[in-house]
Design a protein around this ligand. Structure first.
Ligand code: TMP
Length: 238
C-alpha cells in the first residue's frame, strides 16, 4: 500500500490518497478542538490514543457485523479506510442528557430519559452544524428516507453493542456521534471515528468524565483519561 497525496486536512485528522482509488489513509493529529473549532489546542499523543480507541471500536463493531469504513490500523497514528462519499449528516445518540442538549432543553445534566434520544445535525461547518429533522434532510436531498432508516437502525445497534462493551469495562456510554458515507457500490457505512472525542464516557463507579468534556471544561488530564478508556477496553479483552 503506497501513501499518496493529502486529500483533506481537517482539524484533528488528515486523509491521504493511496495507490488504490478505493482506499484512503486517515492520520490522527495531536490536536483537539471543541465548540466548532473555537477552542483548540495541541495535546501530545492525543492522536495516538484516539486512533487506538477508534481502531479497537471499529474492529469490535466489524466483528459484530456492523459495516464501517474501517479496514485496518496501519500504525500508531494511521488507519486504512474505504474511500466514501460523505453523507453530510451527524447522528447523535443519547442515553442521558448532558452538555449543550441538557442546557437547550432545561434538563438536569445527566438525566436518564425513558428511551434513547436521537438528534440529526447537518454536517456543515459554515452553518455551525445545525440541528435538522428528517423531513428537512429529505427535502434538501441531504439523505433519503432509506438512508435515514439505515442511519437510525445503525445508531441503535451501535448503541446497544457499545453500551454493553463499555459497561463490561466499567464505563457508561452517555452519548455519542456517528458520521456516515456511501461506498462505491452505494452501501451506507459508518465513517469518521468513534473515540472519547465523539462519545461521552463516564466512569461507572466515580462518574469521572473520561472524554472530550475534560478539554471542553478545562478539567485537565485529557490524554490520560483517553488512555484509561483504552486500557479498560483492552483489559476486558484479555
Ligand atoms: P452534544 O452534547 O454537543 O450534542 O454532543 C453529543 C455527543 O456527540 C458528545 O459525545 C459529543 C459528540 N459530538 C461530536 O463528536 N461532534 C459534534 O460535532 C457534535 C455536535 C457532537
Amino acid at each position: 500500500m503506497e501513501k499518496r497525496e493529502l486529500l483533506f486536512d481537517g482539524n484533528e485528522k488528515q486523509v491521504f490518497a493511496t495507490d488504490d482509488p478505493e482506499l484512503v489513509i486517515f492520520r490522527f493529529k495531536d490536536v483537539i478542538t471543541a465548540y466548532n473549532n473555537v477552542k483548540r489546542a495541541r495535546v501530545a499523543r492525543k492522536g495516538i490514543v484516539s486512533n487506538a480507541v477508534s481502531s479497537l471500536l471499529f474492529e469490535y463493531l466489524r466483528d459484530k457485523g456492523v459495516h464501517t469504513h474501517f479496514v485496518s490500523k496501519l500504525s500508531e497514528r494511521e488507519q486504512l479506510c474505504h474511500k466514501i462519499c460523505i453523507i453530510p449528516i451527524e447522528l447523535i445518540v443519547r442515553n442521558r442528557f448532558a452538555g449543550e442538549e441538557a442546557l437547550r432543553l432545561g434538563i438536569e445534566d445527566g438525566f436518564t430519559p425513558p428511551r434513547t434520544v436521537y438528534n440529526l445535525r447537518y454536517n456543515n461547518t459554515a452553518l455551525g452544524n445545525p440541528l435538522i429533522n428528517d423531513s428537512e434532510a429529505e427535502a434538501l436531498g441531504i439523505a433519503s428516507e432509506e438512508d435515514l432508516k439505515i442511519i437510525y437502525a445503525t445508531g441503535a445497534r451501535i448503541n446497544s453493542l457499545l453500551s454493553e462493551l463499555f459497561r463490561k469495562a466499567g464505563i457508561e456510554l452517555i452519548d455519542f456521534k456517528l458520521e456516515f458515507g456511501r461506498l462505491k457500490g452505494g452501501a451506507v457505512v459508518v465513517s469518521d471515528e468513534i473515540s472519547p472525542d465523539t462519545c461521552r464516557l463516564w466512569d461507572q463507579s466515580t462518574g469521572e468524565r473520561l472524554d472530550k468534556d475534560r478539554f471542553r471544561f478545562d478539567l485537565g488530564s485529557v490524554v490520560a483519561s483517553y488512555q484509561i478508556v483504552y486500557d479498560k477496553l483492552i483489559k476486558i479483552q484479555e
